[in-house]
Each structure stands twice: as structure tokens, then as C-alpha cells.
Design a protein. Structure first.
Length: 98
């Protein structure tokens, strides 16, 4: 949590930077999808409803995920999806995370 406090995302809003600290506490330091502990350098903020579709930086629209999960969420090519699905070995519960 101290790392997140001392290393804000430079081009992000103050709201997003504040909320990622709150998310870390709220998610008990774990990836929203996998439930695995988040590691410094492997933490990304995901907008549940993308900003391009009217989403915002409110707490309820954000979650913290590991880098590989974030890549999978945004993957559009079949090969990329398959690679990350194989790498992550997500459970049925993780696949249904909203």
C-alpha cells in the first residue's frame, strides 16, 4: 500500500490514484480476478466500464488486477486469449468475476 501511495500514476486523476489505494485495502491486496496476492510492479487498475464508454474513476468502476489478467481482459486476438488463459489457468469463479 505504501508503494501505491508513493508512486501515483502520473497522468491519472487524483480520484483514480486515491481509489487504487482504497481498492488495495478493499481487495485485501489480492487480484480481483485470480484472488492471488498483488506484487509490486504487477498491479494495474482496470476500469470495469471503460472511460471510452462513459466509465469514470469512481471506486465502484475500478478494480486492481495483475498485469496478465489485464492483458487477457483487453485481448482481442484468439491466440492472445488462448495464451493468457493457458498461462493463468483461471477457475470458473475467476472467469465469472465482474
Amino acid at each position: 500500500m505504501i508503494y501505491l501511495m508513493k508512486n501515483p500514476i502520473g497522468n491519472a486523476s487524483a480520484e483514480l490514484n486515491d481509489n487504487r489505494i482504497s481498492l488495495y485495502a478493499g481487495q485485501q491486496g489480492k487480484c480481483y480476478v485470480t484472488g492471488e496476492p498483488l506484487i509490486i510492479g504487477d498491479i494495474e487498475v482496470h476500469h470495469i466500464k471503460p472511460k471510452s464508454q462513459g466509465g469514470d474513476d469512481e471506486y465502484k468502476n475500478l478494480c486492481l488486477v495483475c498485469v496478465d489478467v489485464h492483458k487477457l481482459i483487453h485481448a482481442t486476438q484468439k491466440e492472445t486469449v488462448e495464451r493468457y488463459m493457458t498461462k493463468l489457468q483461471l477457475s470458473e469463479t475467476a472467469l465469472k468475476a465482474e
